[in-house]
Design a protein around this ligand. Structure first.
Ligand SMILES: Cc1ncc(COP(=O)(O)O)c(C=O)c1O
Length: 371
């Protein structure tokens, strides 16, 4: 069997949740974002761990994820962040999901189906305060709520918005979005009497203490142990949840003038020892790490030699004693005193840790520890 394995440390996940609670304040509710297979960490085990650790609500992207959570026994409220489309309304009502709502037509269908079954479906109104992605434009919110108000069978149990630049500290744009959101919340209270849970704080806002006064926060990446961007000292207490390891499948010492991998982009200047690792871009290990990334072997950093292939990557292990077939290789995580973080990989390939977690986590066998 291919020795590649993602390890998900559920103890680290619980630790990160308690750090989030500390930052948000003991009164604050937590809506944990577990969309996209919990950023590659595995939605169901992550959600179950968070639920048993006392999370108040879970956030998924689409209906199917919400159904999967309910069918696996999750009982907490589940917010479907992208809302639902017309032919999903029936299932959303049946499975007690809480759609984001920003289209009257969907509100009317939710109302019709819920009322016919004598049910009340909770919804969170999504307000666009400057992300220009999903939501009712903040200026149009009062009119939208007036139209929603007469509909029976639905209840506005929350209102939320998403911040565009909260991963960077002290941004005037974040202040402006929060100001617009506070006005939206006030309008919602005025028109509907109460708007339930209001939330805008993603991980960046949490670290920057913005939008916490609203009483609910909505973090994703901090749960998984990474800051949303570099430069957040407060993120130091969070622990990475995912690690990724493989093993050496071949080692050989080659003479000067030997080219390694496709394209002959790495040619030895002297005798070097090359180890082959059975991980490639098909395993979510980005090809931009060619001649660029590092792995850990025997607790030491070793550079990638040549191009990352579909299923294999070579590293230069010259000078590391006794590297042998079967030796552990860490591609993400800690070995001895060395550590490779998702942030490091992301910086090398000019992306964000979110994408590193999603690609590695979804492409490899996962094992869960500290359940
Ligand atoms: C609507 C919404 N809320 C919250 C989050 C969580 O953001 P973060 O992972 O930066 O905390 C996301 C993530 O993309 C999102 O799309």
């Amino acid at each position: 069997m291919i020795p590649n394995e993602i390890t998900i440390d559920l103890g680290a996940l619980r630790h990160n949740l308690s750090e989030i609670k500390r930052l948000a304040g003991s009164q604050s509710k937590i809506l944990a974002v577990v969309k996209s297979d919990a950023y590659g960490h595995g939605m169901i085990p992550v959600a179950k761990t968070l639920e048993s650790a006392g999370v108040d609500c879970l956030g998924v992207f689409e209906l199917k994820e919400g159904l999967d959570l309910r069918k696996s026994g999750c009982e907490v409220p589940i917010l479907v962040l992208m809302g639902v489309v017309l032919d999903e309304v029936e299932a959303a009502v049946e499975y007690r999901l809480m759609p984001a709502l920003f289209q009257l037509e969907i509100g009317e269908e939710l109302s019709r189906i819920s009322a016919a079954q004598g049910k009340v479906t909770p919804v969170h109104v999504k307000v666009d305060t400057g992300m220009t992605r999903l939501g009712v434009l903040y200026e149009n919110l009062p009119e939208f709520l007036e139209q929603l108000l007469p509909l029976e069978g639905i209840e506005v149990t929350g209102i939320f918005s998403h911040l565009a630049v909260a991963d960077q500290p002290n941004q005037a744009y974040t202040d402006q979005q929060i100001e617009r959101f506070l006005e939206a919340v006030a309008a919602c209270r005025r028109i509907t009497g109460s708007c339930g849970d209001a939330h805008v704080a993603n991980s960046g806002a949490l670290l920057g203490s913005e939008g916490l006064e609203l009483g609910m926060v909505r973090p994703g990446i901090l749960l998984y142990g990474s800051p949303p961007a570099e430069g957040w000292a407060a993120a130091a207490t969070f622990k990475p949840v995912m690690s990724f390891k493989s093993a050496v499948v071949q080692v050989r010492t080659v003479p000067a003038g030997t080219s390694v991998s496709y394209g002959c982009t790495y040619t030895t200047q002297e005798s070097r020892t090359i180890a082959t690792i059975p991980v490639g871009y098909d395993d979510g290990y980005n090809r931009l790490l060619s001649n660029n990334g590092e792995m850990l072997i025997h607790g030491k950093r070793v550079p990638i030699a040549g191009r990352v292939c579909m299923n294999l990557t070579m590293v230069d292990v010259t000078g590391i004693a006794d590297v042998a077939v079967g030796d552990d290789v860490v591609l993400l995580g800690t070995q001895g005193s060395e550590q490779i973080t998702a942030e490091e990989i992301a910086t090398r390939i000019r992306t964000i840790s979110y994408e590193v977690y999603c690609s590695l986590g979804k492409s490899n066998r996962r094992t869960y520890i500290n359940a």
